[in-house]
Write a protein that binds this ligand. Sequence first.
Ligand SMILES: NC(=O)c1ccc[n+]([C@@H]2O[C@H](COP(=O)([O-])OP(=O)(O)OC[C@H]3O[C@@H](n4cnc5c(N)ncnc54)[C@H](OP(=O)(O)O)[C@@H]3O)[C@@H](O)[C@H]2O)c1
Length: 330
Amino acid sequence: MQLRQIGTSEIHATPIVFGAWAIGGWLWGGTDDEAAIEGIHAGLDAGINAIDTAPAYGFGHSERIVGEAVAQRQDDVLIFTKCGLRWDSDRGQHHYDTVDNEGKPVQLYRNLRRDSILRECELSLERLGVECIDLYQCHWPDATTPIKETMGALTELLDQKMIRAIGLSNFTPGMIEECLQYGPVHCSQPKFSLLSRDNYDGVITWCHEHDIATIVYSPLEQGLLTGKVTVDRTFNEGDQRNDKPWFTEENIRRVNGVIDAVLAPIAEVHKATIAQVVLAWTIAAAPITCALAGARNAGQASENAGAMYVDLSEEQFDAIREAFWRIEGP
Ligand SMILES: NC(=O)c1ccc[n+]([C@@H]2O[C@H](COP(=O)([O-])OP(=O)(O)OC[C@H]3O[C@@H](n4cnc5c(N)ncnc54)[C@H](OP(=O)(O)O)[C@@H]3O)[C@@H](O)[C@H]2O)c1
């Protein structure tokens, strides 16, 4: 398994990166800290070398858990985090209203102003217990701040060696192109799964053609593409999947039908799981650099890491693409 360069930066990550949103609890119906820490260790022990988190994931909670988990093994791991989503200030562009892990109302704002980014970086370094963030990503674009100001702050952090690479999440090619006028962009982080393919021919391919790495999020469609979500699965209160169109009874049946017909036989040949085949496909797709696989515990993390060792044949890759490209969104 070869490490993958994050754009033109010096960062080389494993193709599967540990996604630390769910372990923050927010929008995932709570979390179990002990299982989360075991999950991070299991992912690293199974060969993963990078973790993606964000201040907003549990309003500092995910970053603190990541910090605790990697405290004794910082040399083994790259830390990717984000800036630009604030819950403690109402400046910037209103993102949406939500509730925190205790059910308290929270208003989220996109804020990519210079002073906010510099402050957020200090807070993340503190929560994570590290001296430098390997990849620092704008979480969402902020229409109220000039891109020049945002890139100015990020290049300042780069020059001060507080971060090692710059990433942009949920940015369009046009926005990324504008950012490139003011500094380097090493990575983009859009959504992609075999069920959510809108970005594939868009920002993902565009970045590939412009020497910018792409780390895709929600590649397992939040668990649906593991084959383990059945129609009788229930989610905790506060779990976003209670309201997601892909998780209706009809859609779960539809997706599981394709999983059984197309993915299960391929998984059997490789003695792999459905999640591993889905992730193996994702990291084999040429324009994708890495896949962020979210996990809540050791079993999920080591299973997801195992995808790095599943080599799909060209025929299998094409068969999966063909079957899923035919599935229409909900
Ligand atoms: N930049 C952004 O705007 C953005 C947005 C979303 C995500 N992200 C990043 O991308 C990462 C991954 O995305 P995601 O967490 O939304 O979705 P995902 O990776 O597609 O799915 C993660 C969820 O699927 C279930 N799961 C994972 N592995 C499994 C396995 N082997 N077997 C059974 N179930 C399994 C777990 O939930 P259950 O156990 O509860 O079923 C887990 O929390 C996030 O952690 C975050 O770092 C970024």
